[in-house]
Design a protein around this ligand. Sequence first.
Ligand code: UGA
Length: 430
Amino acid sequence: MNGPREPIGVIGTGYVGLVTAAGFADLGSDVFCVDIDEAKIELLRRGEVPIFEPGLAEVLSRNRERIHFSTTLEEAIAGARLLFVCVGTPATYAGDADLSAVNAVVEAMPASSEHALVMKSTVPCGTGRAIQRSFSEQGKDALAYVSCPEFLKEGSALADFRKPDRVVVGADSDSWAAEAVAALYEPLGAPLVRTDVASAEMIKLAANAFLATKISFINEIANVCEETGANVLEVARGVGLDERIGPKFLSAGIGYGGSCFTKDVSALKLLAANSGYHFQLLGSVIEVNELQKRRVVAKLARHLGVLAGARIGLLGLAFKPNTDDMRGASSLVLAARLAAEGAHVRAYDPIATAEALRVMPELDCAQRVEDALEGADAVVLVTEWPELVALDWQKVAAAMAGNVVIDGRNALDPVAVRAAGLIYEGIGVG
Ligand code: UGA
């Protein structure tokens, strides 16, 4: 060790990797970051940050001396005992988690009794056991293995790092590496869940699946509210005050997005199926979410009559505010469905336009919000960015050709929208 705090290696410099690196460097650790993407490492060495995450650039910059970037593992292996694996585990075509990046790291690990692989990437339950088996086959039995799942949310990732609800450390009961990982997190003062590897893996999947279930549940309640005249905002408030339920993740909208819920719910469902169990509930959670993204199209058709030729402004593209992440974004389904109906879609997002065009190159993106509003027959709030929530609705009304506003996040002030002579429709708010 070369300082008062344990140095660490971080393999993979995506959201999880960079936030882990920044967070631990800020706590005083030397951090050796590794990524196979040379262009990304070059960028990071120059002090640029390839993703948008509030505060991340500042924290990386103030810890420049402590954070080292490389495209190979040597420096990390020489400088740290704990090697945090933060590589992507996207869904395969079959919907399971694609572990090829994880497996490449496993192959590259040294046969060392002084090192530990600390798994931060979200992996199916059973992966740790399989990796330990493969270490054994490769003569790397001495290498320690720890599961330490990450629970950060994009957009508030650094705050989540500093104030986690809990830290989960899964390893064999006599693991030195588990002690070392727990010690690293100790200054954060969070409850520690010290458990076995399989349970740690399942905690992560179950947490995401439960949160997604909560969202699909409130979305279905919202849909029933629309039929019965109840208001989902009132219902969520009344229900959420029950301490057993809690107020969080009860915001109805146009469906959850992001890479994690979409991927992890499907991965858990298939993990169950692969081991012979039919996880019925999660099938419904996924289906409700897919239908929820499409319900807006029906709402627009009800107001506008035919969608062919209609001009629709999409306000926001990212899967949630404070991120440029477009993975699993509801806007992608909405834009594609509207285009298929023959509507002209013009979208605006304060940050995510470049990412959106990478995923959907044919999308018509406006540089300014005014250009997405100009001449629109209807606008849909897709992402509740503060600047979109704060729009001057009198000006919006003057710019639009039509008068329909669909609030896909229940984030706008219906009184202000209606006062501008516009028709307001939210999700489950009557
Ligand atoms: C989610 C989890 O919240 C994190 O704990 C977890 O670490 C992460 O996945 C992961 O596995 O990496 P994230 O995807 O960044 O985090 O975003 P969330 O803030 O959870 O939002 C996910 C989606 O749900 C967004 O599209 C959001 O708009 C939607 N949402 C959220 C709702 O529709 N209603 C709600 O009440 C809450």
